[in-house]
Write a protein that binds this ligand. Structure first.
Ligand SMILES: [Zn+2]
Ligand SMILES: [Zn+2]
Length: 180
């Protein structure tokens, strides 16, 4: 399986490249290769002025129609996302579960979002974790109760920081039975 990483709007190049390597590191050998695809414009229809956020479901649907093939598509954006399918103030990402397409927003993974000092290392670590998490969903993995698993649901950056970037043994087992 290989993954095409696309950007929706401009995304920091170090984030893109670190995520590209990170998903192979933590999901290899299931994911054998990852490439950097095009940058798409944010669809104007995705913006919700009341929420001042972007509709992740709409973006995901459009991307999945636009990019054909049997590989997986991971979109990255610096815009803040929400989903119409759950009652949440924001989401770090959204994925088809199972499916081909996933999106991760790095907006709230950046310490400067919380008026804290910029910390590139932390931003990169969080971005990799959320990318691995959303791709895990595309393989059909649900949220995991194990605190030491990347598939644990995170409602805040503190929870993202608490979990590792890797899957627990049980999620690996499920992944292998689903993929092979
Ligand atoms: Zn999730
Ligand atoms: Zn797990």
């Amino acid at each position: 399986m290989w993954v095409e990483i696309v950007r929706v709007g401009e995304v920091n190049q170090t984030v893109v490249e670190t995520v590209r390597k990170g998903i192979i590191k933590y999901l290899g050998p299931i994911i054998e290769n990852s490439t950097i695809g095009p940058t798409f414009n944010m669809p104007p229809a995705a913006y919700n002025p009341d929420r001042q956020q972007y509709d992740a479901d709409l973006i995901l649907n459009r991307l999945c129609h636009r990019i054909r093939g049997s590989h997986k598509v991971l979109a990255l954006t610096e815009r803040d996302l929400y989903t119409s399918s759950a009652n949440l103030n924001f989401i770090f990402g959204l994925a088809q579960c199972p499916g081909r397409c996933a999106i991760v927003s790095v907006a709230r993974l950046d310490p400067s979002f919380y008026r804290k000092r910029m910390n590139k290392k932390l931003l990169l670590e969080r971005s990799v974790k959320e990318a691995v998490h959303e791709l895990g969903h595309t393989f059909g993995l649900e949220h995991c109760p194990n605190q030491r698993c990347v598939m644990r649901f995170s409602n805040s950056v503190l929870e993202v920081d608490e979990k590792p970037a890797s899957l627990c043994t049980e999620c690996w087992r499920k992944l292998y039975t689903r993929v092979l």
